[in-house]
Design a protein around this ligand. Structure first.
Ligand code: BGC
Length: 393
């Protein structure tokens, strides 16, 4: 059966500057990931922009991406480095000429070391630095952005940076600090949204919130599930409610027994459960349907899937995941959810933060020794989905 999506439906793919460019002066630089790779040279994107653009343009009319704040602004409140501005503008212009506009992400888990040294998002007074950076982004890159994400997944950032300790600044169990970070980001979001509004009235501004399906594996999991659902998807979203659309990302099904069960930290348990999973999490596309309906019922705002994908080396598994997820999206639209678009993560394989580049999500495969790109079967499949505006299931 062919599932056709509405004409206005937006298709695209996404990457993040830090995950694809050689590291600037930011807190991820030099860290050793779980798979042993160093966060330094990631995918050489800065040297292969035209080649990468050729893939991007095959995957829809929107490319969700950002810039490396640390390369643009080497010191607090400094003017952006003209050479770096030029590098980005040349690339964005190239995409524009080929019919691709940006969903511009201002903050994606990464900021300059000087910002981190000042206390990063834990300090309210640092918001002014982000505002200055935003103003310059609007000035130089605003004309390329059809949509904006002020923040990528503030819930994942706050959790990993201040609770699990997996992201810099590697703090553990700092629940109050994590909440303060969310609130500071929320304030920064409100200011940035107004600034964008002043110059670009038509470009919708939102964030991308990470969502997941949380379920109790036993009685001990009931409370952790209730708390996780609330904190991750309600509490974390509350500072960002002033948004023109709701951007959601979805990857994971997490069981609690009472501790979270995922493939990264508890592979033996996942094997023992014998449930569908990828290299990072349990797999449950139906959970995305639940999330879409919940957010639509609660907020009644247009939704865009800003990221969705699967961590696997296997091409056929990726094709099946795209089919599964798009089936779920189509059913949600039929049910009245105002879903406006789907952006797949990721355009090409990249550096998966603290885990490393062997955790692959790309529609294009990257050879980690030579950085050579190869289109995959899943990439060809997604290209057809975009061309046909729908998917055969
Ligand atoms: C992040 C991406 C990441 C992806 C896969 C999202 O949470 O925004 O940067 O690579 O998930 O884990």
């Amino acid at each position: 059966m062919f599932l056709s999506f509405p004409d206005y439906f937006l298709w695209g793919t996404s990457t993040a500057a830090a995950q694809v460019e050689t590291a600037g002066d930011h807190p991820w630089r030099g860290l050793t990931a779980k798979d042993g790779y160093r966060f330094e040279r990631t995918t050489d994107h800065e040297k292969r922009r035209e080649e990468d653009a050729a893939f991007i343009t095959r995957f829809g009319s929107v490319y969700r991406c950002g810039v490396d704040w640390s390369r643009l602004q080497p010191a607090p409140l400094a003017k952006f480095d003209p050479a770096v501005v030029d590098e980005y503008c040349t690339f964005f212009e190239y995409l524009k000429k080929r019919g691709v506009s940006l969903m511009f992400v201002l903050h994606h888990f990464c900021h300059p070391n000087w910002f981190e040294d000042k206390g990063g998002w834990t300090k309210e007074q640092n918001i002014e630095y982000f505002v200055n950076y935003t103003q310059q982004c609007i000035k130089y890159f605003g004309k390329y952005a059809g949509y904006w994400n002020t923040f990528n997944e503030p819930n994942v950032y706050a959790y990993n940076a201040f609770f699990s300790g997996d992201f810099p600044p590697h703090k553990k169990g700092k629940y109050l600090l994590a909440n303060r970070v969310l609130d500071n980001m929320g304030q920064a979001h409100d200011i940035a949204r107004l600034l964008i509004r002043e110059k670009h009235k038509k470009a919708p501004v939102g964030i991308s919130l990470n969502t997941a399906s949380f379920e109790a594996a036993n009685i001990w999991g009931v409370l952790p599930v209730a708390f996780s659902r609330w904190w991750f998807m309600t509490r974390a979203f509350s500072p960002f409610r002033k948004s023109d659309f709701i951007g959601l990302s979805y990857y994971a099904h997490v069981l609690f027994d009472p501790l979270p069960v995922d493939t990264i930290n508890r592979p033996d348990k996942v094997r023992q459960l014998d449930l569908p999973h990828d290299k990072m999490w349990l797999y449950n596309p139906a959970g995305l349907g639940q999330v879409l309906r919940n957010f639509w019922q609660k907020y009644r705002k247009p939704i865009i899937i800003t990221e969705n994908g699967i961590c696997t080396d296997d091409d056929r598994t990726r094709v099946q995941a795209i089919r599964d997820y798009l089936g779920v999206c189509h059913a949600a639209i039929q049910d009245g959810v105002d879903l406006r678009g789907y952006i797949h993560w990721s355009t090409w394989d990249n550096f998966e933060w603290h885990l490393g580049p062997t955790y692959r999500f790309g529609l294009v495969r990257v050879n980690l020794d030579t950085m050579e790109r190869t289109m995959t079967g899943a990439g060809l499949f997604y290209e057809q989905v975009v061309l046909q505006g729908g998917v055969e299931v």
